[in-house]
Design a protein around this ligand. Structure first.
Ligand code: DGP
Length: 128
């Protein structure tokens, strides 16, 4: 089954400039901006500018240039916001929710970068 990208999703509207965003970093293929409902003191979303629905869609079908740009931009964001442990930062969690089980709200691939406090276990033991 092929992915169907809905260009009416909220991040597509942000990319078209129809909705404002608090940009952290923008490159040729990637945009990083603050989450509107932060779940930690640091909560940045990194999105590709191309029409990809999920992580696996992006990883399978994006060009090498898009993937390279996305990864390098994510690394720069971690460093810029003081989260990258190798750069003296306090650490972070990078999460991507996909589909129904992943409880993905916005149907445009995005990487959450969360930090600024102790985040606890990825999934509480009792829910595993
Ligand atoms: P997910 O469940 O992984 O699809 O998370 C979507 C995230 O997107 C959620 O943390 C809230 C955020 N979000 C939703 N609408 C907007 C918006 O209009 N602007 C910004 N900056 N973030 C948004």
């Amino acid at each position: 089954m092929a992915y169907v990208y809905d260009p009416a999703n909220i991040f597509a509207r942000i990319l078209r400039g129809e909705i404002p965003n608090d940009t952290v970093l923008e490159t040729a293929h990637t945009l990083a901006f603050r989450d509107i409902r932060p779940q930690a003191p640091l909560h940045v979303l990194v999105i590709p500018k191309g029409p990809y629905v999920t992580f696996d869609h992006f990883a399978a079908e994006a060009s090498e240039a898009e993937i390279m740009d996305f990864m390098r931009t994510s690394a720069r964001v971690c460093e810029m916001v003081g989260a990258a442990p190798g750069q003296g930062g306090g650490g972070y969690r990078a999460i991507s929710n996909a589909g129904e089980a992943g409880v993905q709200e916005v149907q445009h691939y995005h990487l959450h970068i969360l930090g600024g406090r102790m985040l606890g276990r990825m999934i509480p033991r009792e829910q595993a």
